[in-house]
Design a protein around this ligand. Structure first.
Ligand code: GRG
Length: 293
């Protein structure tokens, strides 16, 4: 199986799980429609894929951790729904379609985000999960910390506070480490924890994901300047419009391309202890560095 085929098979497995996870629920007005509208809108599924592959790499069974892979995608999706609201970025387009609040209204979009965040924990703690309880608790704790005030939400607050005035590189790095990086790092760490990996393996996948997460964010900033709206499925130029501090405003486009390449090399190096088995994650890092969406 090629590196790409392996990751594609993780993606397909996560996709299939996500598609059916709310299908047996009693309807609650249009709440589940709103949740599924954004959840099934065809994102890249980077976080679930990363989790499933680090699990495999650390000796676990990816099939056994699907509720965790689904959970992180639910939290990521909730953050996008809330980020697009008029009280935040006020965006009309996401994943190539009208944003959640444009279709379901603001109140339902807020609640769909809330319900996705809650469902993530519901699924991780579902009795059907047969992994050792200590691993389950540890993984859920990793995700809770990465998603909350010490992670993604904290990063979002720093981002909002910085709008309209200049920030230094260290501040922007810290903001992005939390806003985008924390969830990406959590995906890798959870895969290792759930597989029962060693401390050394855990450190290595975390370092890989930290470098990958930063490269991912810088590429995101680059695409917001030079990307194509139709390919991205969201507006370009929104950072400049809201006077955001980005790596491009601080470093310029050329330096940002160089930074992405350097961070990608560092991500690959971090996996050296896994030898050839880490080829899929190396391939993922390289393909994200040249992504156009
Ligand atoms: C509102 C609590 C709250 C948090 C919002 C992550 C975030 C914090 C907002 C998203 C804003 C944004 C565009 C950040 C840049 C990096 C990023 C997370 C891009 C979107 O992730 P992808 O590219 O999206 O993985 P897909 O659609 O492929 O899943």
């Amino acid at each position: 199986m090629s590196e790409q085929e392996r990751l594609d098979s993780h993606r397909a497995m996560a996709e299939a799980w996500i598609k059916t996870c709310f299908q047996d629920r009693a309807p609650r007005g249009d709440l589940y429609d709103a949740m599924n509208y954004s959840l099934l809108a065809g994102g890249k599924r980077i976080r679930p894929v990363l989790m499933l592959e680090t699990c495999r790499l650390c000796g676990g069974e990816p099939e056994q951790i699907l509720p965790f892979a689904g959970a992180i995608e639910m939290i990521h999706t909730y953050s996008l729904i809330h980020d697009d609201l008029p009280c935040m970025d006020d965006d009309d387009l996401r994943r190539g379609r009208p944003t959640n609040h444009k279709v379901y209204g603001e109140a339902t979009a807020v609640l769909a985000g809330d319900a996705l965040l809650t469902a993530a924990f519901e699924w991780m703690l579902d009795p059907s999960v047969t992994l050792p309880p200590q691993r389950v608790l540890e993984a859920a704790g990793v995700l809770a910390r990465a998603a909350g005030a010490q992670g993604m939400v904290g990063g979002q607050v720093l981002d909002m506070a910085g709008e309209g005035h200049a920030m230094g590189l260290t501040e922007v790095e810290e903001l992005q480490r939390l806003k985008t990086g924390a969830l990406i790092r959590a995906a890798a760490e959870m895969g290792c924890v759930l597989a029962g990996g060693s401390d050394e393996q855990r450190k290595a996948v975390c370092r890989y994901a930290e470098r990958l997460g930063l490269a991912f964010q810088i590429q995101d900033d680059i695409l917001d300047v030079v990307g194509d709206e139709a390919t991205l499925g969201k507006p370009v130029g929104s950072d400049a419009k809201s006077e955001k501090n980005t790596f491009v405003t601080l470093k310029g486009l050329e330096e940002c391309h160089r930074l992405v390449d350097r961070l990608t090399d560092e991500a690959v190096e971090a996996l050296s202890l896994f030898g050839e088995e880490s080829e899929s994650l190396c391939w993922l890092a390289r393909s994200l560095a040249s992504r156009d969406k």
